[in-house]
Design a protein around this ligand. Structure first.
Ligand code: NOJ
Length: 744
């Protein structure tokens, strides 16, 4: 035994030594390059330029980009894709005196060529492994196509569906959002950066971008420290803990201090308290925008402020390029600050193996293989199925029988290809849209020769033209069931796509009304990037599938769900309001001093006199073709002391007619605290598979961590007292309840 221990500790010392010397040699490598660099070359590493292709903001057009790269004035390019193009820029970088390779960054948000569901949709799967896999596949394709760095995951908590960027995140909840942030980082980065199938990830937008006032993109954020720490920072912390290599600053100001020059966020919290060793890139042009924010008079002041706050790389604004050398000369910025930023950037380039072989991501054969890897669409189809939320299913209309005689498939989105990809699809060079499976193709492949499929467009997504209604009504009359595919176009939700009216656009709901008047059952597919308001559809359609933007395999995935080859299991990760007037609306609110408990008793209560207090669909909601019964909630004890744990077990039984997956959710409520606590908070969940008739007992562990929160002094602590424990199928559909007490 003693011998075994001795061997183990020797092994440990040896391992630590190796790790230490590897670390040391990486630092030494970085230093050896740094020692040879001029100030101008160091500053060059801190600039990221756009490759004149796509732009998500005002772009600087340089006629002499190649010369600047050759002069060592650029450290990174974004929006440059494909082995051929990245190779040609890399070649120019290697003609510079120091021969430091470029790092190529790209918004690989929900897939590269193979497109996965938009991140908000994917989050509704609550399937961390699936999300990790989709990030992994995106990384494999992107890295094979010359890219080493994705500007993802977007980990902003978002509670306002008017904000177009809700589509990019994981919804409203910090607990779930943190788990998803870590899963996506693991997926993109793999085990180590030098793994050829990995790209480095970027946690963005740091911080609190999702709380833009009024849901208006780029707007200010005004929030308490408590809310920042408790709700908006946790997913960033989780990404940092998962080893994310980079962070991106957000466009907004936070309580009057723009995030890009926010020392509290960048230096005190991220690089200080959290010990983040990677580098921070600004968002597009955000350093230059400090002038618009009114906190810098000119680009000289903007550069000074951003570098001093801890922003290491300037995306597109040229403020660093044009001012840092002068700032050093004027003794406004120390060389130590520049060195720190450059070391962080070079370390990542070394870790990626770019110094060993700058062309290692430029292998055309590998590019061709990975962009056509047959496993990728299969995985995309599976995660797409898992992201579809069944909102309504009157009279068990779904799943449809494969022997239906006639189906009328109607709507402006039925035959589209690119629409299925969602906002952040990547225009991969040389790849057209023909590989995308349209909803029409998906259905056509699914039904047998005995089924007749009829099609009419009916109307456009926007506008008030109803000329297509008669044709649609005509085919509906001939059919046994109508499937209507409506919603937003893919570019209505995304960056700079804030909307004050989030109804289903145009005359699409009028079309539904006309189709329902035929007396035929109507299944509505809602395609969207955000929660929409669709009360008419919700109240009158026979069945509703919220299909979001599902990516390149959308058509097959939708057909799988419609016909029961996949039993829907997704649950909403963001609250769906019944009216824009209710926004912001989220499940984990405080009770207030005058809580409203019903829509009939609203006077002198925290309610609207003209609106329900309830959302249309709550956080955690989603139906299945089968039913699940919850029983036998047992707590291992009713008191928790010190570092004790309580085990909560519950039995779930599939009592319906189909095999299915259930996402069992555990919520806690701290009854009385030194500050207000939410009426419920998600603290755990389990996604389980149950065959028809099968039962499973699942266990949750409650520890002090799960009871802790940031108190008035911003200390993370649990307070003694009584806690409610709720287990349910959604935040509202609580099936079982108990309580316990934390002593001391
Ligand atoms: C601006 C967006 O806010 C950010 O998310 C993105 O990564 C950059 N543009 C680069 O495209």
């Amino acid at each position: 035994m003693i011998m075994k221990k001795a061997i183990l500790s020797l092994g440990f010392i040896f391992l630590s030594f190796i790790m230490f010397s590897q670390q040391k040699s990486l630092d030494q490598k970085v230093d050896s390059v740094m020692n040879l660099m001029t100030l101008e070359e160091k500053i060059g590493q801190m600039n990221q330029y756009n490759d004149d292709w796509t732009a998500t903001g005002p772009a600087t057009v340089d006629n002499d980009k190649a010369t600047q790269i050759r002069n060592g004035q650029v450290g990174s390019l974004l929006n440059c894709m494909g082995t051929e193009r990245t190779r040609s820029w890399q070649k120019i970088a290697l003609e510079s005196r120091m021969k430091i390779p470029l790092i190529f960054g790209q918004d690989v948000i929900h897939g590269y060529k193979t497109t996965f569901p938009i991140p908000l949709a994917e989050s509704c799967s609550w399937d961390l492994d699936a999300m990790e896999l989709s990030a992994r596949i995106a990384a494999t394709e992107a890295s094979a196509s010359g890219i080493q760095w994705t500007f993802a995951p977007m980990v902003d908590i978002a509670r306002d569906p008017r904000w177009g960027r809700v589509m990019e995140g994981a919804g409203e909840d910090p607990y779930l959002g943190s788990l998803i942030a870590a899963a996506r980082v693991r997926g993109f980065q793999g085990n180590k950066p030098e793994d050829i199938n990995s790209v480095i990830a970027c946690a963005k937008h740091y911080a609190a971008y999702g709380a833009a006032i009024g849901g208006r993109d780029y707007n200010s954020v005004d929030m308490s420290d408590r809310l920042l720490w408790e709700v908006y920072l946790p997913p960033f912390k989780a990404a940092a803990d998962a080893g994310v290599a980079t962070f991106m600053t957000s466009f907004n100001d936070l309580n009057g201090v723009p995030a890009t020059e926010n020392k509290y966020l960048l230096s005190d919290i991220l690089k200080g308290k959290w010990g983040f060793k990677g580098f921070v890139v600004s968002d597009w042009g955000a350093i230059g925008e400090l002038i618009n924010h009114g906190t810098a008079k000119n680009s000289y002041e903007a550069a000074e402020s951003a570098i001093k706050a801890g922003c290491d790389m300037d995306m597109e604004s040229r403020c660093y390029k044009n001012n840092l050398a002068q700032l050093v000369k004027d003794k406004k910025v120390s060389i130590a600050l520049i060195d720190d930023a450059v070391k962080r950037i070079l370390r990542v380039k070394f870790e990626l193996g770019l110094f060993d072989d700058p062309y290692r991501y430029c292998n055309q054969i590998r590019e061709n293989q990975e962009l056509n890897n047959p496993e990728h669409p299969k995985a995309a189809r599976q995660i797409a199925e898992k992201s579809i939320v069944l909102l309504k299913n009157e009279n068990h209309l779904l799943p449809l029988s494969k022997n239906i005689k006639t189906i009328a498939f109607i709507g402006p989105l039925v035959k589209s290809l690119k629409q299925n990809k969602g906002f952040w699809d990547v225009e991969v060079p040389g790849v057209d849209s023909s590989f995308i499976v349209s909803q029409w193709q998906g259905l056509k492949k699914k039904v047998g020769s005995g089924t007749t499929l009829l099609y009419a467009r009916g109307c456009n997504i926007e506008g008030d033209n109803k000329e297509g209604f008669p044709e649609a009504i005509d085919i509906a009359k001939q059919a046994d069931v109508v499937i209507l595919s409506i919603g937003e176009s893919r570019d209505m939700t995304g960056e700079a796509r804030s909307r004050s009216n989030i109804n289903i656009p145009g005359v699409q709901e009028d079309l539904l009304k006309a189709l329902l008047a035929t007396g035929k059952p109507v299944v509505v597919l809602i395609n969207a990037g955000r929660p929409l308001v669709f009360n008419y559809t919700a109240d009158h359609a026979t069945a509703i599938l919220y299909t979001w933007w599902l990516g390149s395999e959308a058509g097959d995935a939708i057909a799988d769900v419609l016909f029961g080859d996949y039993n829907p299991s997704a649950k909403l990760t963001i609250t769906f309001p019944g009216s824009v007037g209710q926004i912001p609306i989220y499940y984990s609110h405080f009770n207030t001093g005058r809580p409203a408990t019903s829509d009939t008793n609203r006077y002198y209560k925290s309610a609207y006199t003209d609106l329900s207090i309830y959302p249309k669909y709550e956080f955690g909601y989603g139906l299945s073709y089968t039913n699940f019964n919850y029983s036998d909630l047992k707590l291992s004890k009713k008191e928790m002391k010190g570092n004790d744990q309580i085990e909560a077990s519950v039995t779930i039984t599939n009592t319906g007619e189909y095999d299915g997956d259930e996402i069992v959710q555990l919520y806690l409520r701290d009854r009385f605290g030194s500050i207000c606590r939410p009426v419920e908070e998600l603290k755990d969940f389990k996604k389980i598979q149950l065959k028809k008739g099968e039962s499973k007992t699942i266990k949750f562990i409650i520890n002090k961590e799960k009871l802790s929160f940031y108190n008035q002094k911003l200390q993370w602590a649990a307070e003694p007292g009584e806690f409610d424990l709720m287990i349910g199928a959604s935040s509202k559909d609580i099936r079982l309840k108990d309580s316990f007490e934390l002593i001391n």
